[in-house]
Design a protein around this ligand. Structure first.
Ligand SMILES: Cc1cc2nc3c(=O)[nH]c(=O)nc-3n(C[C@H](O)[C@H](O)[C@H](O)COP(=O)(O)O)c2cc1C
Length: 371
């Protein structure tokens, strides 16, 4: 890899992966799960074998309501890890987001655009083509940060986004928001002026469903209201309670000012539970046409956590750091970890007397209540 910008990016991604494994960088206990109660049903009148986790994901049907949220990408070790996750997701019926494809976006920005891609761009795109080849039936989401779209949005930008989607044959593009991270990151690009317009334009012109996701700081109700009419297919709230990018960038920074600020903001964000409740309020009651699906990630660490979020009204539930940790331990460990999440969700369905995820979701107020 000879492009210095891509080398710096790869090094940063590697550091992010290592830092995300440090317990101090997890906002443990702040997701709000202790506030959610699933009501025990002593007389469920169903058999465990009746339970069905099948859900629809955008236009596809999947065997589970789970996804691995976007993580690895942009560094050389990522390809093998992504392939491992992709194969497991395909086998078990989980969807999968890839991590930021910014390296490809930058390489494509070498001047000629994707149709005359540079050597590096082609190399990176091959990584996504290999991933698709390794898991031909998996549901994939491409990924890029919104702050990459605010500086200079042109038709070339759209072409490059299409290129990211096409190289992965992705079912959707996830655009991520990471305000706190960009503010604290030594190499950050804290540019969000014009973000709403850029997102709207992508939704209108990309021709592929767009997911808007946070990265561990969640969404307030006021922010969600501003997203109602953009044409988003889904919003992944990715709330406070798990991997915390303020903490991670603080740990990476050599600047005492940024380090101190990272400590100050160590618990910053809207919890995952609050974010899902806000989304339910905004999109559940809206009469502005087709509303985005509500996806929930951020600090989900068990199938019971997932059941609580589904019970609150989430359509899908995502795991990032724990999936990565399991994947680092190998394919078998990853598949077993996934099986545990599925089994725990089934236990929660059974014990609330719900045959399916939709039955649990429909029981808000009775099967699921706030403490
Ligand atoms: C190592 C690592 C890298 C990540 N990289 C990205 C990324 O490139 N794009 C993105 O949208 N989110 C990224 N995320 C954020 C996750 O998708 C997720 O929103 C966040 O980690 C909260 O989920 P968790 O608590 O289960 O980890 C990353 C997370 C981890 C742990």
């Amino acid at each position: 890899m000879s492009n210095p910008a891509l080398e710096t990016l790869a090094q940063r991604k590697r550091e992010h992966l290592l830092q995300s494994m440090e317990p101090k960088n997890q906002a443990k206990g702040l997701a709000g799960f202790e506030r959610v109660h699933l009501t025990h049903e002593a007389l469920p009148e169903i058999d465990f074998t009746d339970l069905n986790l099948t859900t629809s994901c955008l236009t596809r049907s999947l065997a589970t309501p789970f996804y691995v949220a976007g993580m690895t990408g942009g560094h050389p070790d990522a390809a093998a890890l992504n392939l491992r996750i992709a194969k497991a997701c395909e086998t078990r019926g989980w969807a999968m987001g890839v991590g930021s494809q910014r390296a490809d976006f930058i390489a494509g920005a070498g001047g000629q655009g994707p149709e005359k891609s540079t050597e590096k761009s082609t190399e990176k795109s091959n990584e996504w083509r290999v991933l698709r080849k390794g898991a031909p039936h998996a549901v994939f989401f491409a990924n890029l940060g919104v702050s990459q779209l605010t500086q200079d949005f042109s038709t070339k930008t759209l072409d490059r986004l299409k290129y990211l989607v096409e190289s992965l044959e992705a079912q959707a593009l996830a655009l991520h928001l990471n305000v706190l991270q960009e503010a604290l990151q030594p190499e950050g690009t804290p540019h969000f002026k014009g973000a709403l317009k850029a997102i709207e334009r992508v939704c209108r012109e990309l021709g592929t469903p767009v997911i808007l996701k946070e990265t561990g700081c969640g969404f307030s109700q006021a922010t969600l209201k501003r997203l109602q009419t953009l044409g988003l297919a889904a919003i992944d709230v990715s709330g406070l309670g798990g991997t915390h990018w303020g903490r991670i960038e603080g740990a990476r920074s050599a600047n005492p000012v940024a380090q101190r600020a990272a400590e100050t903001f160590a618990n910053w964000g809207e919890s995952t539970v609050d974010s899902v409740l806000a989304a339910r309020e905004v999109f559940g009651e809206s009469n502005t046409g087709k509303q985005p699906e509500i996806w929930a990630s951020g600090g989900v660490r068990s199938g019971l956590d997932a059941a609580k979020l589904l019970g609150l009204g989430a359509d899908r539930v995502g795991y990032a750091q724990p999936a990565l940790e399991a994947a680092l331990a190998g394919s078998e460990a990853l598949c077993q970890w996934m099986e545990i999440q599925e089994f725990e969700l089934k236990v929660a369905l059974f014990s609330t007397g719900s045959c399916s995820v939709s039955e649990l979701r429909a029981g808000y107020g009775t099967k699921t209540r706030l403490n």
